[in-house]
Structures are given as structure tokens and as C-alpha cells.
Write a protein of this length. Structure first.
Length: 533
């Protein structure tokens, strides 16, 4: 383990000039590699980094990191072991490879490097993760707003200790049952619009000590006034409706964060169970920005490692053989299979992100390093850039433009703003209108001015989190009756949830709430109820 900061200057061996001459490496060499990459990233590209901490791990440890969603100090749960066994089987049979690295958004930023990597690959992953991802984590507005890199490691240590304590006091089976239910709902345990408190170890420990008394008082106040006293006198229908509305306001309904609602309001949860729900909710919130930044995050890191590796070669710090080894890995990462290729599984975020970053760089530099077949092609491309990106075309500041984009956009807005006709043509994108009610498919957008804008819009929509994850919120809790909890799913294009999975998840919601839970499918366009579970 080694921690790096900005102070040590790059130390290049006098003879030979290269950073390394063989595939073997040691920690002193990793230090020199990082210093060289950092000098280029910070001094030449203007990147802003957290201090970096490198952990060199084995393939077994990398599989373990996969299983625990890439977080150190993760609490124990049977699902992690199941995932580990599955990934290990695929890896041992040669059906799946392993990542060369895993990077943690923390301060210091933690990079796990495989010990099997060669010197060239260690250089590549340090440039990719230690420089590219590091800069993106520190500067993108979603990470700045929704995560606290300086406290996540302390909070994970607290969570791990607390889960172990609960297992000792209440039994492994009881803890796993509660975590199973919370994990099933973790995608709906995040705040998408409200900004609640970020994890803080001292605050969590203080609040934990006060939770038992707080929950006792909150339970008495809410349920004695709404359930026990409801038989004191018979209210008129209008008064009853008014009380229901007041109760909804007290409960904060509608509520998009299901785990937050259960943590605060579930009648039967004990204090330790509420704390476990809170832990799952906090860790889910940590991953919330990453779901919206895959193209940008990987595109940034891939373009940074590509640029740094070329600068190392231009400065004579790596050989042409090292460049060929790097390009072999790089080309595999940014490979985009065709739609008719058995390996096709959608758009590769590495490929799209890298292509867009490279395109932005070329637009800003006027394609100074791009080879065209003839001058007419160059002039046509420059004219197209000027039309589509008048403020960016030929501005001479590619890295400043990229840093601004990395800091202020997420995938959907980045694609809408920066996807160019050239990238659309390169990926052969077009829009199909596939309506199940008609017997044919219409090509809705092709490669013309109107089609390019339509492609941008439709591709951007595919990266909207609300379209990739179901929008479910709690809309009612009948505390004066049978305490049935009502969830509502806002559908797009009348597409409802898969019934079997939906019913399974509702059982987990019932475990947390303690009473019946129902879900309504409501069409977002006309408000019609499509289905009820």
C-alpha cells in the first residue's frame, strides 16, 4: 500500500531513458510510473486529483472485490458469497476475464491493481483509474452533490461493525432476512431530488445512541393519535378525508425513497432493524451518481489513459513495444460489436464515451492531428463543426473544454449537448419507431440534419435514469384501517413491471412494513390505472 500526493517530482531513470525495460515491476517502479502519469495529467492537461492510494491484489481478491460491489470493508451477506462463487467459476473456466483495476471514489482515492499485470498494464491502469477516474470523481457535479468522498470509508467501517454486532445479538438468520428485504428495494432507496444528510461517522454514532428513545416517542405519537384514538368519536366523511390528508403530510407522502420511509415509519421494525435499513440506504445513495455517469466516467478515464500513454511515448518514457501492448488492450476495451454480432449487448459505454471525448478534442483543435483523404473532406468537416458547435469549434482549448464537460454534465445531457454527426455516422445510429400495434417498423431518423438531432434526443432518453429504472413511490398508508401501504409505478408508454419479480419484491416490502403492501401501475400520460398487485 502506498499513498501519493503532488509533491514528489517525476523521476525518470537516466539510463535507459524508459520508465521500465521489462514486464516485471516493484513498488518503486509503480511510484515512478504514477509520478510520470501525474505530471502529464496535472501539469499538461490541468486535471485536479485526490491523493491516490494503490492496493495490489490477487485475482482471488479481485473476485472478492467484485462480489462486494467493489467497496472495501463491506459487511457480510450471503449474496456476496453467491456472486463470488459464480464469478470464480466463470473465471476458472476461461469464460470471463477480470478487470485490470477497480477504483473507489474516496479521499484518498483507492485503486486496486492486479498483481498479474505487466509494467505496461500497470502504467495503463494507473493512467486510467489513478488519473482519469480520480479527476472525474473529484470534479463532476453529481459526485460533489451526492457523495462525500472523505467519509465513505469511515462509514463503511461503522456499517461492518454494526452488522457484525447485530448478528451476534439477534442471529445471522434475522439479520440476513432484513438485509434481503432491504437489498431487494435498494434501487428505490435513494433520494433523486431531495438532499438529505451525507454519511458522517460521529453523527451516525450519536444518532444511533438516540434512536431507541426517538423511535419510541415517534411510534406513540403517530399511532396512538391516528389508530388507537380513532374510535373515540365518529368523524364525518369530510373530516375523515381531512385527517387522512394531514396524516399524509405528516408521513411526507408521496415519498420516492422507499427505504427512508420504512426506516422512519414502519410500525414493527425494531431500532436495530431501522439502522440496518439506513445502512443499505446510505450505501445505495453512494452509487446513485455512478448510474448516471457510466458513459462520461469511462469515456473520461479511457481518453485520459489514451492521451497519457501517447505522451509517455512522445517523451521517450515507454517504447513502441509498450505502446503496441497498450493499444491491444485499449482496442479491446473500446470495441463496439455490430448489432448482428453474437457479442452485441447494446452500446459499449467505453466505446461511445471515448469516441465522444476524442471528437470534442478534434473539434477544438480543428482536427490538427486528423488525416483526411482530401482537402474537401477537411473543409466539409470544419463547416459541420462550426454549424453544430459554434462555441467549441477551433477554440484551441481542448482540455479546458473537456474539463468543463466532465464537471457539469451527466450522460443524458452530455449526449444531447455533445454527440456529433460524425460519431452518429461512425456508430451507424438511426432511430426505429417500433409500435406493437402495427405490423411494420418505421425508420424514423436517418443521417440528415433532422435525423441527427432526433438520434441525439432518443439516445439521450435511453440514459435517463427514470427510463432505465422504474419510478415507484409511496402514495398512501392507511394507518386508520388495515395499515395497507400503497405504492405507485408511473409507467412510460404503458410498459408495466414484470409480474413475477414485482410480486417477489412486494413480499420484501411487506417484510419491512409489517402489513399488506399493494402496487398500482399508473400511466404517466393519462393517469389511468393499468394494473394492481
Amino acid at each position: 500500500m502506498a499513498e501519493y500526493d503532488r509533491k514528489p517530482p517525476v523521476q525518470v531513470p537516466d539510463s535507459p531513458n524508459q520508465l521500465f525495460t521489462s514486464s516485471d515491476w516493484d513498488f518503486k517502479l509503480l511510484r515512478r510510473i504514477y509520478d510520470a502519469c501525474r505530471e502529464i495529467g496535472v501539469d499538461e492537461f490541468g486535471l485536479d486529483l485526490y491523493p491516490l492510494q494503490i492496493e495490489v491484489i490477487t485475482s482471488e481478491q479481485m473476485l472478492d472485490a467484485y462480489a462486494s460491489v467493489g467497496l472495501p470493508l463491506m459487511y457480510r451477506h450471503w449474496s456476496f458469497g453467491k456472486h463470488f462463487a459464480y464469478q470464480k467459476t466463470l473465471y476458472s473456466k476461461g469464460l470471463q476475464g477480470l478487470a485490470y483495476e477497480i477504483i473507489i471514489n474516496s479521499n484518498p482515492c483507492i485503486a486496486y491493481l492486479m498483481e498479474e499485470n505487466t509494467s505496461t498494464m500497470q502504467t495503463l491502469v494507473i493512467a486510467h483509474a489513478g488519473i482519469g477516474h480520480n479527476h472525474f470523481f473529484k470534479n463532476n457535479y453529481l459526485f460533489r452533490q451526492w457523495t462525500d468522498a472523505s467519509s465513505i470509508l469511515d462509514y463503511l467501517a461503522f456499517a461492518k461493525r454494526y452488522v457484525e454486532m447485530c448478528e451476534e445479538r439477534h442471529g445471522v438468520a434475522a439479520v440476513e432476512k432484513l438485509l434481503d428485504a432491504a437489498h431487494a428495494l435498494q434501487a428505490y432507496g435513494v433520494d433523486r431530488y431531495k438532499h438529505r444528510e451525507k454519511p458522517n461517522l460521529k453523527e451516525e454514532e450519536r444518532r444511533q445512541a438516540e434512536r431507541i428513545e426517538h423511535q419510541r416517542l415517534a411510534y406513540n405519537d403517530l399511532f396512538e393519535k391516528t389508530v388507537i384514538q380513532r374510535g373515540a368519536k365518529t368523524a364525518s366523511p369530510s373530516e375523515e378525508a381531512k385527517r387522512e390528508e394531514e396524516l399524509k403530510k405528516k408521513l411526507g407522502l408521496p415519498e420516492e425513497n422507499l427505504l427512508y420511509f420504512f426506516e422512519k415509519n414502519a410500525p414493527k421494525l425494531e431500532p436495530w432493524q431501522r439502522e440496518l435499513v439506513r445502512i443499505v440506504r446510505k450505501i445505495s445513495q453512494y452509487f446513485y451518481p455512478q448510474k448516471q455517469l457510466q458513459v462520461m466516467n469511462e469515456g473520461c478515464a479511457t481518453f485520459v489513459h489514451y492521451s497519457i500513454m501517447h505522451r509517455l511515448w512522445e517523451k521517450g518514457l515507454i517504447t513502441e513495444g509498450n505502446v503496441l501492448e497498450f493499444l491491444h488492450s485499449h482496442s479491446s476495451v473500446v470495441f463496439q460489436p455490430g448489432f448482428d454480432d453474437p457479442r452485441f449487448s447494446g452500446i459499449n459505454p467505453y466505446a461511445l464515451g471515448f469516441a465522444m471525448m476524442q471528437d470534442i478534442y478534434n473539434i477544438c483543435t480543428g482536427h490538427a492531428k486528423v488525416q483526411f483523404r482530401h482537402d474537401g473532406e477537411r473543409l466539409a468537416r470544419l463547416a459541420e463543426d462550426k454549424e453544430w458547435f459554434p462555441d467549441m469549434a477551433g477554440n484551441g482549448d481542448p482540455w479546458g473544454t473537456l474539463r468543463y464537460a466532465w464537471a457539469n454534465y451527466r450522460d443524458e445531457s452530455f449526449i444531447l449537448q455533445y454527440l456529433s454527426p460524425r460519431v452518429i455516422r461512425e456508430f451507424r445510429m438511426f432511430v426505429l419507431d417500433d409500435d406493437h400495434a402495427v405490423s411494420h417498423i418505421e425508420v424514423e431518423a436517418i443521417h440528415d440534419d433532422t435525423g441527427y438531432r432526433r438520434v441525439c434526443q432518443r439516445l439521450s432518453e435511453q440514459y435517463e435514469l427514470s427510463r432505465r429504472e422504474a419510478h415507484i413511490e409511496i402514495v398512501d398508508a392507511k394507518l386508520r384501517g388495515d395499515r395497507t401501504l400503497t405504492l405507485e409505478h408511473q409507467t412510460h408508454d404503458k410498459v408495466v413491471l414484470e409480474e413475477q419479480n414485482c410480486r417477489a419484491v412486494l413480499e420484501h416490502a411487506k417484510t419491512l412494513w409489517g402489513y399488506p403492501v399493494e402496487l398500482r401501475e399508473r400511466d404517466a400520460a393519462d393517469g389511468a390505472i393499468l394494473k394492481t398487485y
